[in-house]
Design a protein around this ligand. Structure first.
Ligand code: 4FD
Length: 245
């Protein structure tokens, strides 16, 4: 999978190639990253990439021409990739959206700065607009890295243990179950007995019921997406959860 990122701050992306799942995927060729700086496409001696907004108001707007030229260069290098712009005005991403993103051959990600970009870029050059949440950051670079991390970890071979990506909570539409490791007892707090039983069926059931119970208590909105039959086991889970407490 190939990511082309258009950014005024390419140095920020060094962090991805240093350590962790994304760095390993990049070094193994499971994913590729290429950076494009709009300033390299800005004409004239001053190579301007931003200017004041028509109509007045605070801050600066990223100019059409350098971004359009950078996007065209990235499209030429990655003809199968669509262009996605990271902005608070974009479609909210969730795990389903990330799954779809990870299924594509590549993406050209546009990381905006300042107050945003000239609106005509959205008309002429951008295919999709995404938001990682309802808050404003100083730039689209971190959202771009969030999307890359969430998508790359789903690629075959990216995680040491394949199954852990697909057993993730949000992969099942539920929140995650509790996790425990050594020691068995900390300050009077013990590991649930079922996890020490070696009974993998009981353990799997307990984990599922815990995930259902937690989702019901903390994120009932996620349950709205689930079918009725799955939700009925919820009652059992909540009872079990009360018994376990
Ligand atoms: N919530 C997000 O995904 C997000 C994306 C970008 C961003 N900052 C850059 C920017 C600011 C204003 C207009 C367009 C881009 N902040 C948050």
């Amino acid at each position: 999978m190939r990511f082309d990122v258009i950014t005024l701050f390419p140095e920020q992306f060094r962090i991805l190639s240093r350590e962790g799942v994304v760095a390993r995927a990049l070094s193994r060729g499971i994913a590729e990253l290429r950076l494009w700086n709009p300033r390299d496409f800005a004409p004239g001696p001053h190579r301007r990439v931003d200017d004041r907004p028509y109509g007045g108001g605070p801050g600066m707007v990223m100019l059409f021409e350098p971004l359009a030229a950078a996007i065209a260069a990235a499209r030429a290098a990655s003809p199968k990739s669509q262009v996605a712009y990271l902005s608070p005005q974009g479609t909210r991403l969730d795990q389903d959206a990330i799954n779809d993103i990870a299924a594509k051959p590549g993406w050209i990600l546009l990381a905006g700065r300042y107050e945003g970009i000239d609106e005509r870029l959205l008309e002429r050059c951008i295919d999709q607009e995404w938001s990682i949440g309802d808050y404003v950051l100083s730039g689209g670079e971190l959202p771009a890295m969030v999307v890359m991390d969430a998508a790359i970890r789903l690629l075959p071979g990216a995680l040491g243990h394949e199954r852990s990506a697909y057993e993730d909570s949000h992969m099942s539409g539920l929140l995650d179950c509790p996790h425990f490791s050594r020691p068995e007892e900390i300050d009077g707090l013990r590991v649930p007995k079922v996890l020490l039983s070696g009974d993998h069926g009981a353990i799997a059931r307990w984990r599922r019921q815990q995930a259902l119970g937690r989702t019901w208590l903390k994120r009932p909105d996620l349950l709205a997406k689930m079918t009725l039959d799955q939700a009925t086991t919820l009652d059992q889970a909540t009872t079990l959860d009360q018994e376990a407490r």
